[in-house]
Design a protein around this ligand. Structure first.
Ligand code: ZN
Ligand code: ZN
Length: 97
């Protein structure tokens, strides 16, 4: 049996979540990772993408500690005890680290 061009591997395992028997997988299970059936895989992926917090932006009124650019929005609430950098400076600092 083929699914498109994907080669299916015959396996004999149970889904790590719902215990459904799985007889075929599009990959060879390595054994060191739980294997999920197609349904659980899908819901797992969906729940993960739902969990991913939409970077919530905080309205701020600060200047970048590096280049002085005014910053009006940040993905976090500045605590005030740490310098705040604009996106460019943040990037540059990360690259230098
Ligand atoms: Zn399952
Ligand atoms: Zn800056």
């Amino acid at each position: 049996m083929t699914f498109g061009d994907r080669q299916m591997h015959d396996v004999d395992i149970n889904c790590a979540k719902c215990n459904t028997h799985i007889s075929q997988l599009p990959f060879q299970p390595s054994g060191d990772r739980p294997v999920y059936c197609a349904d659980c895989n899908r819901s797992y992926r969906e729940s993960r993408s739902n969990d991913k917090p939409q970077a919530q932006m905080h309205e701020v009124d600060v200047d970048c500690a590096g280049c002085g650019t005014h910053i009006s929005q940040l993905p976090f609430q500045p605590t005030g005890d740490k310098p705040v950098y604009c996106r460019d400076c943040m990037q540059a600092r990360r690259n230098n680290a």
